[in-house]
Design a protein around this ligand. Structure first.
Ligand code: HAM
Length: 426
């Protein structure tokens, strides 16, 4: 029988890597707290309608990529492909409109999209998502971009490029759509099938096609920023001058349309060259009509999500160190079978004192246990043999200096803590 492997597009994040994730997520949490976001923990599955209405029926995510199934009660359920729609649902469901606005929420967790897996693109991936809900102000757009960049700055990432665009609003987008269709009509015959299919339903998405021929044909297409209504134009201008004010470099990219239909006005992405073709570490923007499309009142919002896999890949690609992998401080060695229980009691005492300790469970010889201690990179080894047991002592070895002392059992923890504090084990 073949052994069972993890499904395509999923991966196990093993010990060598998982501690880096913990660091990245803790930086995200710190930034969230410093910017005044509160954490929400949302369901991993939702009613399918939330996404088909929220993200839009004609998007790739809804049309081709959702993990959708009927549950045992015949309800259509979807594993969340993103968090923004769920965030807005939660805001509406808990009537957060009644409190002071905006409401700033953040969350992190697994998302699911049935995409073609490749480097940096998975079917299960992890996003950290920040949303500012309930205000129209361009200050919120500016702060969203700043929060994303602050995460990367604190992590030590460099050479990131912020792309920004405005995708307008229901007042100005149809005007632009018509102008774009006018431009595309005579070139459509030479474009790929997907672009041809998008022409009538969603021509803006043609600008997002990655095929070189289609890209070349849209090179000189008119940009949305030229067709913005007065309100969208002013909003975009304020976001841009705010970015200049905080010294954040952002390049206006007229082709940036994003793959989710809820966007209005500001749309942005943060790119990292190290990632290859899947080069966005972050995507975001404003979504002033999302609440209405899922059955709520008019509630504006803006936010972003960043893929943790891609952040970790970029950190590795740029050779940024996240410090050292956390390691166990003390290995407790039982020098004979008779002392194993005492070793367990020593390990217990050390952990209660706030130290990290590990020991052998398999009755191996002292040499083998010493080898394990070295390979774990512990700072101290506590040895308990028959002599120590009879004398009521413990031998403590400082692995960095090689020094070994004998301490009364009752003073062992105190001695180790003092040693640790003095930094001798550094
Ligand atoms: P998105 O651009 O679809 O936007 O995804 C945001 C980020 O999630 C991407 O930039 C990328 O880092 C990561 N990501 C997306 N798909 C995958 C994948 N298959 N494998 C690995 N990483 C992936 C959204 O999801 C919006 N909800 C963002 C947002 C928040 N807009 C407003 N608020």
């Amino acid at each position: 029988m073949d052994s069972i492997k993890a499904p395509r597009g999923t991966r196990d994040i093993l010990g060598e890597e998982s501690w880096k994730w913990a660091r990245v997520l803790s930086v995200c949490r710190e930034v969230a707290e410093d910017f005044g976001y509160r954490e929400v923990i949302l369901p991993i599955f939702e009613h399918t309608e939330l996404f088909s209405r929220g993200i839009g029926d004609a998007t790739d995510v809804v049309e081709k990529e959702m993990y959708t199934f009927l549950d045992r009660g015949d309800r259509s359920i979807t594993l969340r492909p993103e968090l923004t729609a769920s965030m807005m649902r939660s805001y509406l469901e808990h009537d957060m409109r009644r409190g002071p606005q905006p409401v700033k929420l953040w969350s992190a967790g697994p998302m699911f999209r049935y995409e073609r897996p490749q480097k940096g693109r998975y079917r299960q991936f992890t996003q950290v998502d920040f949303e500012v809900i309930g205000v129209m102000s361009p200050l919120a757009d500016l702060e969203s971009i700043d929060a994303a960049m602050e995460i990367y700055r604190r992590l030590g990432l460099t050479n990131l490029e912020v792309l920004i665009n405005s995708v307008g609003c229901p007042a100005c987008r149809p005007v632009y759509r018509d102008a774009l269709r006018g431009y595309l009509a005579e070139r459509l015959g030479d474009m790929c099938e997907t672009c041809q299919a998008r022409f009538s339903r969603n021509p803006l998405r043609i600008l997002d096609c990655k095929k070189p021929d289609c890209k070349a044909l849209t090179e000189d297409a008119p940009g949305m920023t030229g067709s913005l209504c007065a309100e969208c134009g002013a909003h975009f201008g304020q976001v841009m001058s705010g970015l200049a004010g905080i010294g954040a470099a952002a390049r206006v990219d007229n082709r940036l349309v994003r793959g989710l239909d809820y966007y209005t006005k500001t749309a942005f992405e943060v790119l990292a060259g190290e990632l290859g073709s899947q080069n966005a570490v972050c995507g975001g923007g404003r979504y002033d009509n999302l609440a209405e499309s899922i059955g709520g009142p008019h509630v504006p919002g803006v936010g972003f999500a960043s893929g943790i896999e891609r952040v970790v890949l970029t950190l590795e690609g740029q050779g940024v160190s996240l410090g050292d992998e956390p390691r166990t401080e003390i290995y407790v060695i039982a020098a004979s079978g008779e002392t194993a229980m005492e070793a367990a009691s020593i390990a217990h005492e050390l952990r209660v004192a706030g130290l990290s300790a590990d020991m052998d469970f398999t009755g191996r010889g002292i040499k083998a246990q010493m080898k394990t201690a070295s390979s774990l990179g512990v700072s101290f080894v506590c040895i308990i043999g028959d002599d120590e047991l009879n004398a009521g002592t413990v031998s403590i070895k400082n692995m960095a200096s090689g020094e070994q002392i004998s301490a009364p059992r009752g003073e062992m923890t105190k001695r180790i803590l003092a040693w640790k504090e003095s930094g001798i084990n550094a």
